[in-house]
Design a protein around this ligand. Structure first.
Ligand code: NDP
Length: 315
């Protein structure tokens, strides 16, 4: 099993706005960054449509195109971007830290920047799992197309659910929003948008009892949590938009995290509890979770890593 162990000065794990911004700064600082893209190259923005709130794009930009631009900029400045998934780490013995890619390729990294982002949460009911990919989806932008002209339902009441409902309303005949409380968490602007879209119907105080169908989604049974009354919606698509979980499980034996798995960074820095390991983006941010804040913390992580390496005489 022994193969050459690669030595890397700055290893970046993850390819969203945080990872690529860290790469841009690290490359310009001559840290020869190697970036592993992970399972979803480009991160969550690759499953978004219009991004209207990233400064510098007065007419907005499509998420995938923006991430392609991030990547091009990082590569042009000298980042070694690789397709692969970091599957295991050992941060127990101090720098250089050991990292395994795809369970085999071993790297000794003088500094590590974690920018692994977050993934969609699921309701956790049996029918949702069974029909995943057969009408159940956590990405309206990826899968909405399949339900053109049909009726669909979406669970959730945050900005993601509202944004996706709005997107689906343009493709589908009718969109039911299943909201568990009597109000929505989404911003006022997004609430206003969905409430004023004629083919979106918001079902408050409603929870999903079961997704109906054997081989594919044929409907959803919901229950009103005030009256316990059950009813069925005849929908072909069932979208789940109830938030995210940070992709940090592989670090949990070494890195301090909160009870939800978000990495804890030292105040005003991107430093973790382990020397030479830095974290940025959604893996450590449960409050803002924006592309622009992720990019900002990516910059912080690279600057902190650069100072750390210089202090150790590396750069
Ligand atoms: P949020 O955590 O903000 O919202 C999750 C929603 O899902 C809540 O309404 C929650 O209900 C509901 N929910 C959670 N668990 C369940 C469950 N088991 N059953 C039913 N409903 C459930 O996540 P989002 O992904 O919407 O947003 C994350 C962050 O990203 C937010 O800060 C948001 O503002 C931001 N964002 C910004 C956008 C933009 O600016 N363009 C676009 C998208 C997201 P409850 O309210 O009852 O807790």
């Amino acid at each position: 099993m022994s193969e050459n162990i690669e030595k890397v000065e700055c290893l970046i794990i993850g390819s969203g706005p945080a990872g690529y911004t860290a790469a841009i700064y690290a490359a310009r600082a001559d840290m020869k960054p190697v970036l592993y893209e992970g399972m979803q190259p480009g991160g969550q923005l690759t499953i978004t449509t219009d991004v209207e709130n990233y400064p510098g794009y007065p007419d907005g930009i499509m998420g995938p195109e923006m991430m392609e631009n991030f990547k091009k900029q990082a590569v042009r400045l000298g980042t070694d971007v690789r397709f692969g998934m970091v599957t295991k780490v050992d941060f127990s013995k101090g720098a250089p830290h050991t990292v395994w890619v795809d369970d085999k390729h071993q790297i000794e990294a003088e500094s590590v920047i974690i920018s692994t982002g977050a993934s969609a949460k699921w309701l956790g009911i049996e029918s949702e799992t069974r029909l995943n990919g057969s009408g159940v989806s956590a990405c309206a932008v990826c899968d909405g197309f399949f339900y053109r002209g049909m009726d669909v339902a979406i669970v959730g009441a945050g900005d993601t659910a509202a944004e996706e409902a709005s997107y689906l309303s343009k493709i589908c005949n009718k969109v039911y929003m299943i909201v568990r409380r009597d109000e929505m968490r989404a911003s006022k602007a997004m609430q206003h948008r969905v409430m004023n879209t004629p083919n979106i119907e918001i079902l408050f105080n409603s929870e999903t009892d079961e997704v109906l169908g054997d081989m594919e989604v044929e409907g959803v049974r919901i229950v009103n949590n005030q009256t316990q009354e059950k009813s069925e919606l005849a929908v072909k698509g069932f979208f789940v938009a109830i938030g995210h979980t940070p992709n940090t499980a592989i670090f949990k034996d070494f890195i301090d995290m909160d009870d939800q798995g978000y990495i804890i960074t030292k105040p005003d820095t991107a430093k973790t509890n382990v020397e030479g390991v830095f974290a940025c983006g959604d893996a450590q941010d449960k409050i803002y979770r924006q592309a622009v804040t992720a990019a900002g913390t990516g910059c912080m992580a690279a600057l902190d890593a650069e100072r750390y390496l210089s202090a150790k005489g590396h750069s």
